[in-house]
Design a protein around this ligand. Structure first.
Ligand SMILES: [Zn+2]
Ligand SMILES: [Zn+2]
Length: 317
């Protein structure tokens, strides 16, 4: 499970940061890539990245501001050439369907694959390939969603060495033991399945927010998450602008990460007004509040480490 940032700028593109798009790379887990937002020019970023549109199966739109959706029609059209039959699911606020229909119809686009549109509502819970996705409306002046994505738990590892030590040879019996069943051997010995299987490993949780002021829904979605992706449009010196435009500062994002007790915070959606030195300042401010904070750049990738077994305690800041 990896997070790959295609665009990390706010509002308008700059030379260093394109507008919003982020991929949750699940190729190793389920052979898929899920995209979150698709600002203008996203498909150009895809071309220069390891992301393959043929793997793209779901696109989650946070809200209908142009810097999050103007790349969608072009990317959808291009996907016909990469993956002509694989269905695509697109999720987002009410109005997304009208936007797609207007743009695709006006430009005469014929998609070769089934496009399944899902207009969402606050509080909705989705099931997708074993993952669960919880949707909450944030505070951005327009309908804007955050998503909590939870991976299914993995069954514990079979301790083959323990079975071999008892002289039990590999075979169909191993499968029964792994399933936790009680097995009687030919010589009368009884094996209790759970004695030979490690505890299950909990699924990882990633919380991806759209544009927002700090709000309780973010803390709810990000509670104990492995990673929180949060916007940080402004530095603390520009906190008044953040309030006016329904955005957050890096410090506010860090405060939310602390409240939610996440393991890692990744900041994105930075104002194009900032040069690199101001961006470093923004990151330092945020780290002074929540030390496990990183700043995303276009083409940066973050691995979400495998989760510990269930008995592990969450990390507290
Ligand atoms: Zn935005
Ligand atoms: Zn916005």
């Amino acid at each position: 499970m990896r997070l790959y940032f295609l665009g990390t700028g706010a509002g308008v593109p700059s030379k260093r940061r394109n507008v919003s798009s982020l991929c949750l790379r699940l190729e190793a887990e389920i052979g898929q890539v899920w995209m979150f937002d698709c600002g203008e020019g996203t498909q150009h970023r895809v071309l220069a990245s390891p992301i393959r549109l043929s793997k793209l199966t779901r696109i989650f739109v946070t809200h209908l501001h142009g810097d999050h959706i103007y790349g969608l029609p072009g990317l959808l059209a291009s996907r016909s050439f990469q993956s002509p039959e694989r269905p695509l699911h697109v999720y987002g606020p009410s109005g997304l369907g009208d936007y797609l229909q207007a743009t695709l119809t006006a430009s005469g686009v014929h998609l070769t694959y089934p496009l399944n549109l899902h207009e969402l509502h606050d509080g909705q819970r989705l099931a997708a390939d074993g993952f669960s996705v919880h949707v909450r409306a944030l505070n951005h002046g327009v309908t804007c969603y955050g998503y909590r994505i939870v991976e299914p738990p993995k069954p514990g590892r079979l301790r083959r060495e323990s079975l071999e030590a008892l002289g039990v040879r590999p075979g169909p019996l191993y499968q029964l033991v792994k399933q936790g069943k009680t097995v009687r051997l030919a010589d009368g010995r009884v094996l209790h399945g759970p004695d030979f299987v490690d505890p299950p490993v909990r699924g990882r949780t990633v919380a991806i927010m759209g544009d927002t002021l700090p709000c309780p829904q973010t803390v709810e979605l990000a509670a104990d998450a492995d990673v929180l992706v949060h916007e940080a449009t402004y530095t603390q010196a520009d906190a008044a602008l953040a309030l006016t435009h329904h955005h957050s500062t890096g410090v506010q994002a860090a405060e939310q990460a602390g409240r939610a007790r996440v393991k890692q915070l990744i900041l994105t959606h930075l104002s194009s007004r900032y040069e690199p030195d101001r961006e470093r300042e923004l990151l330092a401010e945020a780290r002074s509040v929540f030390s496990r904070t990183e700043l995303a750049h276009d083409f940066s990738e973050f691995i979400v480490p495998s989760a510990a077994p269930y008995h592990d305690e969450p990390v507290n800041e």
